[in-house]
Each structure stands twice: as C-alpha cells, then as structure tokens.
Design a protein around this ligand. Structure first.
Ligand code: PLP
Length: 360
C-alpha cells in the first residue's frame, strides 16, 4: 500500500499510485476484490461488516486526496446519515436553505424528531456566522445541488472551529480537486462516491473523511462505529470499481470542467434560456429555460446525446428537470434543468443541447 511519501506527489500521480498492493515479484497491480464475509480468527478484522482489504485501498486513496482518513459507506446517503448521527436527536443544525434533496429530507426528519434546523442561504455569510452562535452542527454543501450557490467556506468553517461546532461539508460537486475542506477547518467531508469519484455511473457508494488529528480520529471512530452497527456497508466489487474510476478523476474532471465553462458561456444569451447558474468552476451548471415546467421537460425529451436521467458526475452528460421529483425543494424553479457535463466533445454537446432548446 502507498507510503506517506506518496501523499506529496502531484494529485494526478497520487490518483494513479495510491491504494496499490506492495510491489514484489509477481504481485498484482490492483487490489483484489475480497469476497468474504468473515476472516480466520486473531487477525486485525474478524468480520467483514467491520472491514475489508478492498475498502482499505479505496480509503487510502480518498483519504490522501482529501488530506485525512476516509471511510467508504454504502451510498452518499449512508455517509450523510453517519455524519448527522454525530449530534443527538434534539441538536441544532445550521444548514443551507437548499441542499441535495435527500439531505433536505433528513433535515426535516431531524426536526420531526424534536431537533432544530436553522436554514441559511448558502452564500449569506453573515447569517451563517450569526446562526453558528447557538449551533451544535454546521452542514455545508457548496456549490448547492442544483441551485449552484456557493458558501464562503473558509470564513464559516473557521468560525465553527472557534466555537467548537462540529462541521460537515458535502464535497460531492467540488471534489477534492477543487476544494479540500479539512484544510479549511471542517471536521468531516462527505461524498457521494457515486458521482465524480467513481465517475462511470455504475456504482452507488459514499464516503466520509476526517482529519488525521486527535479530534479527527475521535470523530472517525464514531463514524466507523455507526457504519459497523447500522450496517450500511459497501460491496467489495463496487469499491474496486470506484478505485478504478478514481484513477482517471483528474482527466475526467478537467475535461468536464472546461466543457462546462464553455457551455455556460455559450448558453448566456441563448433565446431559450432565461438564466444560467454556473458557480465559476466544476462540471455542473443549471439553466432556467424560457418557459414552464412542460417546456423544460420537452427539452429533456428532445436531447439525443445528453442522457435524460437523474444523478451526475459520470463520463456521459446528463440533464434533468429537478422539480419532477416531488421531494425537490420548492426553491428550485419548476423550469430549472440541471446539467451534469461529461467528457464528450464540447461541440457535440452544444449542438445537441442547442437543437433541443430550439424546439421551444
Ligand atoms: N450529496 C449530493 C450533493 C448528491 O448530489 C447526492 C446524490 O445525488 C448525494 C449526496 C447522495 O448520494 P447517493 O445517491 O450516493 O446516496
């Protein structure tokens, strides 16, 4: 497995070299898919709900990328549930007023169970700082999915740290290539590994990452206990695939981000688009089409290359009207389309999107 020295490599190199078996004559280049439910007694792990060597390889790679210690979970929601379990039922959580809708639903469940959620606009730093004074947990998603609002992470996380408020950042859309929240003072980073990290729309997985400090390790122990006891663990084959996907993260994300920037530029001023929501970096953007929800659905149906589907972060470009889901926040306009830009040629993506928009 990778040594500490590997963590000083450039990220592109680290992605390729991390989580490999030790080299010896005839050794395998890749970690094996360890299909076992139990282990012979007296080893480091006795049962496969607690640990698996294939997980270790992925965790080593993601931990190095985020600058901390990672745990793989059965899904992004599994990771988010573990992170929310860090505070008790009646706790006060400060969160953006619009988040990924699964997170939003869990925050509503927290309120129903007697807890408090203070919702703040993602880019309203002053309100975040004020709300933190009486908070137990700070939740950040930046940019938010799908409104693409950005939070001033360094300022808000630094204040949470000063006040001793536990902080969690959903880093799914930014990836550690754009943002490393642990370096800014976050206690926990969560990921839907399903998205960019694995990148091929073939697995559902999640991860939590904590700092390699006394406080981080203590939080990490609690997350591990939650994963083991609640049992939302990953299949080894899925984790193998995620690690294979991770090898090409920088290539995929760089290409997709460059294309997203160019599409955002071309979409500004398009006659069928009333607003472009692009955070200035990353591979996601949303557009408000000039028309109602039905018009936005017609655009999705008219695309041939863009895959009309939910999810994001795959090599293939995807488009979806988010309000088609009854659980999506009412703050998301009914005519908003979320675009997850893949790695196809920008001109092919543009031609397809443009012809679909022109059907309006
Ligand atoms: N966080 C964000 C920002 C997401 O977009 C998603 C899924 O779309 C999740 C978390 C949940 O991840 P999963 O679907 O892997 O459970």
């Amino acid at each position: 497995m990778a040594s500490d020295a590997d963590q000083h490599l450039h990220v592109e190199t680290f992605l390729v070299s991390a989580g490999r078996p030790d080299r010896s004559a005839g050794s395998s280049v890749n970690v094996p898919v360890e299909l076992t439910s139990t282990y012979a007694a007296d080893g480091p792990v006795n049962y496969a709900r607690s640990g698996n060597p294939t997980w270790n390889a992925f965790e080593e790679a993601l931990g190095g990328l985020e600058g901390g210690r990672a745990l793989v979970h059965a899904s992004g929601m599994g990771a988010i549930s573990a992170a929310l379990s860090l505070v008790p039922v009646g706790a006060t959580i400060v969160a953006p007023d619009q988040t990924y809708n699964g997170t939003g639903d869990l925050l509503v469940a927290h309120e129903k169970a007697g807890g408090t959620v203070v919702r703040v606009h993602a880019s309203d730093t002053a309100r975040f700082l004020a709300a933190l004074e009486s908070a137990d947990l700070l939740w950040i998603e930046s940019p938010t999915n799908p409104l693409m609002d950005v939070t001033e992470l360094d300022v808000v996380l630094a204040r949470a740290r000063e006040l001793g408020v536990t902080s969690v950042v959903d880093n799914t859309l930014s990836t550690p290539l754009l943002c490393r929240p642990l370096e800014l003072g976050a206690d926990v980073v969560v990921h839907s590994v399903t998205k960019y990290l694995s990148g091929h729309s073939d697995v559902v997985l999640g991860a939590t990452v904590v700092a390699d400090t006394d406080r981080g390790r203590e939080i990490g122990e609690r997350l591990l206990r939650h994963r083991t006891l609640h049992g939302a663990i990953a299949g080894p084959l899925e984790v193998f695939l995620a690690l294979r996907g991770l090898r090409t993260l920088s290539l995929r994300f760089e290409r997709a981000s460059a294309t997203a920037a160019e599409l955002a530029r071309r979409l500004e001023g398009h006659p069928s688009v009333s607003r472009v929501r692009y955070p200035g970096a990353g591979a996601m953007l949303s557009i408000d089409v000039a028309g109602d929800a039905d018009a936005a659905e017609r655009v999705c149906d008219a695309t041939r290359l863009w895959l009309h589907s939910t999810s994001l972060g795959g090599v293939e470009s995807q488009v979806e009207r988010r309000r088609r889901h009854p659980t999506e926040s009412e703050q998301v306009p009914p005519n908003l389309l979320r675009l997850s830009v893949g790695i196809e040629h920008v001109d092919d993506l543009w031609a397809d999107l443009d012809q679909a928009l022109r059907t309006l």
